[in-house]
Design a protein around this ligand. Structure first.
Ligand code: PRP
Length: 177
């Protein structure tokens, strides 16, 4: 490995494994939301890579929107405080909404985000996360679409960061300080 990613000690999912799973999820969403014109919401920043690939694997009409939420800062543990730094650009009342996340970890982020969306009374609200880490769940959040269930390791790459770094790795790897 090159020096800049020397702390990434193991590849958990290769680029190819990710793409296969993303295609499967896209096909499933396309079947489930045929004729519903879903509004697919990217939870920035971590979900950006997954979101871009997932939407291109969907074969139905859909719309895009973005929100920016953050709780980790520069740490490997959640601060517990969720900062909403960019809201959605539209009202979601009556829309079929699919929230796209990179990872469901403690559930702190989605526990804070979901009530803010539900109050607008969307027609439906589903969550799609590429990764989930069941061992660390603190809030009961359930996923309608889940890519991979992973052990309690700190992962980076494919949008996921440590202190802002490693998001541009094309694979998902384990970060070891
Ligand atoms: C990450 C990730 C999820 C959240 C999951 O976001 O993108 O939104 O943590 O962890 P949780 O279930 O314990 O809340 P982060 O706060 O690191 O911001 P980022 O997406 O900008 O990296």
């Amino acid at each position: 490995m090159k020096k800049w990613n020397a702390h990434v000690t193991k590849v958990l999912y290769t680029q190819q494994q990710i793409q296969i799973r993303v295609q499967e999820i896209g096909a499933q969403i396309s079947r489930d939301y045929d004729g519903k014109n879903p509004l697919m919401v990217c939870v920035l920043k971590g979900a950006c890579m997954f979101y871009a690939d997932l939407l291109r694997s969907c074969t139905i009409p859909l719309e895009m929107d973005f929100m920016k939420v953050s709780s980790y800062g520069t740490a490997t543990k959640t601060s517990g405080t969720v900062h909403f730094t960019m809201p959605l650009s539209q009202n979601i009342t009556g829309r079929h909404v699919i929230l796209v996340e990179d990872i469901l970890d403690t559930g702190t982020t989605l526990h804070a985000v979901l009530p803010r969306l539900r109050v607008q009374q969307p027609a439906s609200l589903a969550i799609c996360a590429l990764l989930e880490k069941p061992a660390r769940r603190q809030y009961p959040v359930s996923l309608q679409y889940s890519g991979f269930s992973i052990p309690d390791v700190f992962v980076v790459g494919y949008g996921l960061d440590y202190a802002g770094q490693y998001r541009n790795l094309p694979y998902i790897g384990v970060y070891t300080p």
